[in-house]
Design a binder for this molecule. Sequence first.
Ligand code: SAJ
Length: 423
Amino acid sequence: AIIGVVGLGYVGLPLALEKAKAGYRVIGFDIQQKRVDMVNRGVNYIGDIVDEELEQIVGDGRLRATTDYSDIAEVDAVAICVPTPLDLYQQPDTSYVEASTREIAKRLHPGMLVVLESTTYPGTTEEVVRPILEEGGLKVGEEFYLAFSPERVDPGNKVYNTKNTPKVVGGITESCTKVAASLYRNVLEGEVFEVSSPAVAEMEKILENTFRNINIALANEMTILCNKMGIDYWEVVEAAKTKPYGFMAFYPGPGLGGHCIPIDPYYLTWKAREYKYHTRLIELAGEINNYMPDFVVERSMKILNRYGKALSRSKVLILGAAYKRDIDDMRESPVIEIIEKLEKYGAQITVNDPHIPGFVIGERTYESQEITPELLKGADLVLITTDHTAYDYQMIADHAKVIFDTRNALKGLEEISADYEKI
Ligand code: SAJ
């Protein structure tokens, strides 16, 4: 059988690789020629989620990439793994899903399986994808199969990966569910759970990520209150973790980054309006999480004020630009907003991120500076925004004068000579 994967990003490329490793011939489709060229050269551009077998699999001819969607005519099954971002008005943008579905619909043939993997609002598979595929007259559940199966990739996670993470599958009909589930069982190690419809599968994914979003907001709100009360919330969480059941720790931070957690709940908020329902809890969580960059800037101001300094013309060294530790991804990173705000107040920013050599915000390019004792000493404030394990935290604590730690990154250090505060 020949498998197609549309969208060769952090979801599609690992999935294409797993399907090829399971013995299928795989064709990857992407609109970006440079990604297609890199795959065909066996070059992995996704980081740790794709292992070194890519080069060999491509070399054996079991995986090839193309921008030519007409090759979809050759495939027996195709997974849609394209982005589902929010548009400028915080509304779901399913244009990539629709465009990919149209390309597939042109080549849909009897017996073909189509699975949507992109995280989206409940109803997308039924209301958006299905009608486009049915335009050609083939009957879903009999002449072709359609299902939804959410991707669960946790960038940087060394234990769980595409192959061993359990999968949920929901088809338009029972036969769609069965066909999709059997393909995943051939490819993946993790258990495959069948649910009764695409909407259940779409909704469970949103639940997973909304659960995280809301619990992170709770941690953030608690830390704001604890800061006012002079209580160390990080100690509070450790104490709560002694409860062996019914508690799950989440931690405060400088804000919510990534392409999923800050975004996915808004897919539900948008769809709920169609049912005249207002997802107040989700929106309140969003407000709290979105406030954290401001909270970080306010706390920075207060700390500098203790030294009679204003943010204006103060040298602020920012440690960590990625949205979470040990990855090189800045999508939706709260550090972007923190830098913009600090710059607006006239602070002089230098940045280090061991995984990100440089990045652009607005017109300005930031190069990651090497962390030296001089750089640390020269900063009026050292702001730890991402707790990369690559950092030498003792050295930072020894040479920095003032540290504001938004990740409790210095936990466990015996001696912190710097003036030190946590979020
Ligand atoms: N964060 C906190 N406090 C916490 C946990 C996370 O502030 O206690 C922040 C992180 O620093 C990051 C953001 O929230 O900025 C999102 O973190 P995340 O750990 O949810 O990581 P993502 O978005 O890279 O990946 C998540 C997956 N992560 C985990 O389950 C741990 C999972 O929710 C989804 O499989 C994935 O998004 C997805 O693709 O939907």
